[in-house]
Design a binder for this molecule. Sequence first.
Ligand SMILES: Nc1ncnc2c1ncn2[C@@H]1O[C@H](COP(=O)(O)OP(=O)(O)OP(=O)(O)O)[C@@H](O)[C@H]1O
Ligand SMILES: [Mg+2]
Length: 247
Amino acid sequence: MPAESASAAPIGEAPPASALLAVAAVTKLFGPLRALDEVSLRVDRGEVLGLVGPNGSGKTTVINVISGLLAPTSGRVLLEGQDVSGKAPFRLARRGINRTFQIPKPFPALTARENLAVAFHGSRLTDAEILELVGLGGREERLASELTASDQKRLDLARALVTGPRLLLVDELGAGLSKTELDELAGILRRLVAELGMTMVVVEHLMGFLEQVADSVTVLNAGAVIFSGGLSEALSDPAVVKVFIGG
Ligand SMILES: Nc1ncnc2c1ncn2[C@@H]1O[C@H](COP(=O)(O)OP(=O)(O)OP(=O)(O)O)[C@@H](O)[C@H]1O
Ligand SMILES: [Mg+2]
C-alpha cells in the first residue's frame, strides 16, 4: 500500500471512495494457528493486486475470508466501504464478489455449458460468450470430467464470471500450466479488466504471470503482510528476497 493511502485511512475507518475492496486488520485463527495476522490490503477499482507468498503463508485464507467462505476471527472486509465480513458466499456473489478455486471442483457429470447454467447469473454476457472468452468455445458440450486440468481451470473461471463479479479473486490459476497456456490466461485476465472493468486479486507463485497482469503486489509470510507495492520493488525488497530465497 502506498504510504499516502496507508496514512489517509486509519484502520477501522471507511477507506477512500476509490477503494473497491479493503481488508482491514483481518486475523484468522484455526485453533492455535494464526493463519492470518492483522492482514490489511486495499484494491482500487480496475486495479489488479497480486497476492504472493510461500506455501502456507495464508494466500488462500485471504481469498476465503474475502469471498465469505470463512469468517474472520477479527478485523473487517469492506466492499465500497461497507462491512461485508462473514457474509455468505452466495450473498457476496450477488454483491459482485466471486472467486476461482486453487483446485477446481466442477460438477463432473455435467457438461461445461450445464456447469454454467446452474450458477447464479449476474453477467451481461451470455454463457456462450463467457465460454468463448475463457477459451472453451467448441468444448461446451464436453463433460467437465473429460476436460483437461487446464480446461477445468477455464471452466472454473467461467463459472465465476457468469455471476458478473466486479471483484474477481483468482487463486493460482497458473499452477501446472504451460507457458502458452499461461500467456493465454494472462491475456484473458487483462481483457476482463480492460473490457469489463473488473477489479482483481490474483494469487500466484509465478512472477512472470504476475508481471503480465498485476499493478501492485502484497506479499504474505506466515500470515502477515511483509510488503505492499510494485512488483519490481518487491523483487528487490530484502525481506521479500529473504522469504523467497530462504535468507
Ligand atoms: N480450514 C483450515 N483449518 C485449519 N488450518 C488451515 C485451514 N485452512 C488453511 N489452514 C492452514 O493455514 C495456513 C495458511 O494456509 P493457506 O491455504 O491460506 O496458505 P497458502 O498461502 O494458500 O498456501 P499454498 O501456496 O500452499 O496454496 C496453513 O498453515 C494451512 O495449513
Ligand atoms: Mg493456497
